[in-house]
Design a protein around this ligand. Structure first.
Ligand code: SAH
Ligand code: SF4
Ligand code: F3S
Length: 469
């Protein structure tokens, strides 16, 4: 059993921090970090911290970092360089600014961050957010460079407060909900199993309680999150495992919740009940992010993906058989060590076969500590650049084609953002496209029907109508 953490109120009290402090949180990386940042903010509220979008103003700065590719990690150090100047300006005025580094770089590099950036006061990994009050207290007590990269993750979820209704209301109509964290797949290129630890699923009841709290505060669309979200198997209170499909069916019964999404899935964990959920649950949106990474089975094996190109294509066919309008999305890596031109052609082939509505593609970036980093046969940079360009040309064409295929259709859009133009509201279609319309501000936060008029690379425009088609 893990040690029982101290109650948050007690820690906030002993931290003796003045009320009306400001925290600036910068989030890098995936949606799990976005979720974690909101939860860190929830932990800080009882300590008197309000969020600010201006770092100059902040008493506490948290960089919630990503380690997935080298560039992502380097970005953190260049931001810390800028913060050094800010911190010394504040010190000149006799003011203190606490700087914390959280997330996956914190987990992977720990002490090394303090060595490279001595202005940092706290380094803490994704398993330690609930301990923030204590970490802040320790850094205020003159303790230099506190490091906490402890696991397990379950302590974090058990100790995080239920989000305050007031704060959730202010956050809008769509919300992320982490249900699973960590990864046991060990793809040979990936740092996630090292930075997020072993796969863990939150108990079913805990997830439902959080979903109800979100819906009570007006949330209409929930995206369930996990590094391998479809490996979810939460304990259901009766000692049994509940699958992601069962969770989706149960969430679909919540009145007031209109839309459910989930991300990111692994092809190996697309179970029959989850495939069926795509045809059975109307509230489950017809959009699936299912990373394939590459189209060559030889490369997939070297990546330890545990699926082949053929099994992936068959899987997508099965899901589409039940949900023919399913929009597919994926991640791709080009230039994995040993990738030949023929392997790369196989990636182009699978893209042409599946026809993606949207996708992310990256050059392979060696991450130290991962098996692929020591592979021989690196693909030269200029070859990677050229392959990435060719892949992105095809993916962009497909994205434009998908968006144009929506012209003339009427789609439900949840208007959750204000556009840059006067009177413009923006929301997501069921297929996760951004849709821009002109509408009175009363429509903000509403689900409206929009007849699509134009489709560009990254967005759609349309006009509000009364009926769906
Ligand atoms: N769990 C998800 C992916 C999480 S990481 C899955 O299994 O697909 C998000 C994406 O970053 C990956 O899908 C991969 O495309 C990319 N990525 C991860 N490590 C990388 C590396 N070393 N170099 C380039 N891209 C990488
Ligand atoms: Fe990384 Fe593979 Fe796990 Fe995805 S499944 S997080 S790519 S190790
Ligand atoms: Fe990055 Fe960590 Fe997410 S490495 S992609 S922030 S799990």
């Amino acid at each position: 059993m893990s040690k029982q953490p101290e109650p948050l109120e007690k820690l906030a009290e002993t931290a003796s921090i003045k009320a009306d402090k400001k925290v600036f949180i910068k989030t890098y990386g995936c949606q799990m970090n976005v979720y974690d940042s909101t939860r860190m903010s929830d932990v800080l509220t009882p300590m008197g911290y309000g969020e600010t979008s201006a770092p100059d103003d902040a008493d506490l700065i948290i960089l919630n970092t990503c380690h997935i590719r080298e560039k992502a990690a380097e970005k953190v150090y260049s931001d810390l360089g800028r913060l050094r100047i800010l911190k010394s300006k504040r010190a000149a005025k006799g003011e203190n600014m606490v700087i914390g580094v959280a997330g996956c770089v914190a987990q992977a590099e720990g002490e090394e961050i303090l060595r490279r950036a001595p202005i940092v006061d706290m380094v803490f990994g994704p398993g330690a957010y609930h301990k923030l009050p204590d970490l802040i207290k320790r850094s205020h007590n003159g303790g230099r460079g506190v490091v906490d990269t402890d696991f397990p993750i379950e302590d974090k979820f058990e100790s995080l407060p239920v989000p305050e209704k007031k704060k959730t209301l202010a956050r809008g109509k769509t919300a992320f909900l982490s249900v699973q964290e960590g990864c046991d797949k060990f793809c040979t290129f990936c740092v996630v199993p090292y930075t997020r630890g072993a796969e863990y699923s939150r108990p079913f009841r805990q997830v439902l309680d959080e979903a109800h709290a979100l819906v009570d505060a007006g949330v209409q669309e929930i995206t369930l999150l996990g590094q391998n979200v479809n490996a979810y198997h939460g304990e259901d209170g009766a000692g049994n495992d509940a699958s992601l499909a069962r969770l989706i069916h149960t969430l679909a019964d919540i009145d007031g919740l209109s839309r459910i999404r989930y991300v990111t899935s692994h092809p190996r964990d697309m179970t029959d009940d989850l495939i069926d959920a795509h045809s059975e649950v109307d509230k489950l949106m017809p959009y699936l992010h299912l990373p394939v990474q590459a189209g060559s089975t030889r490369i997939l094996q070297a990546m330890n993906r545990q699926h082949t190109a053929e099994s992936y294509v068959r899987l997508v066919e099965r899901i589409r058989a039940g949900r023919p309008d399913l929009a597919m999305s994926s991640d791709f890596i080009v230039g994995f060590p040993g990738e030949t031109e023929a392997d790369f052609q196989a990636t182009l082939d699978i893209v042409k076969e599946i026809k993606y509505a949207q996708a992310y593609s990256f050059k392979y970036s060696p991450r130290s500590g991962t098996p692929a980093a020591s592979h021989e046969n690196p693909v030269p940079e200029e070859v990677m650049v050229e392959r990435l360009k060719r892949l992105q040309t095809v993916l962009n064409e497909q994205q434009v084609a998908f968006n144009k295929s929506c012209i003339g259709k009427t789609l439900p859009v949840l208007l959750d953002r204000r556009g840059k133009r006067e009177g413009q509201l923006v929301g997501r279609s069921p297929y996760l496209q951004s849709v821009y319309i002109q509408a009175p501000d009363e429509a903000f936060g509403e689900m409206v029907n929009v007849e699509i008029e134009t489709g560009m690379a990254n967005s759609l425009t349309g006009r509000r109508v009364l009926e769906t088609t």
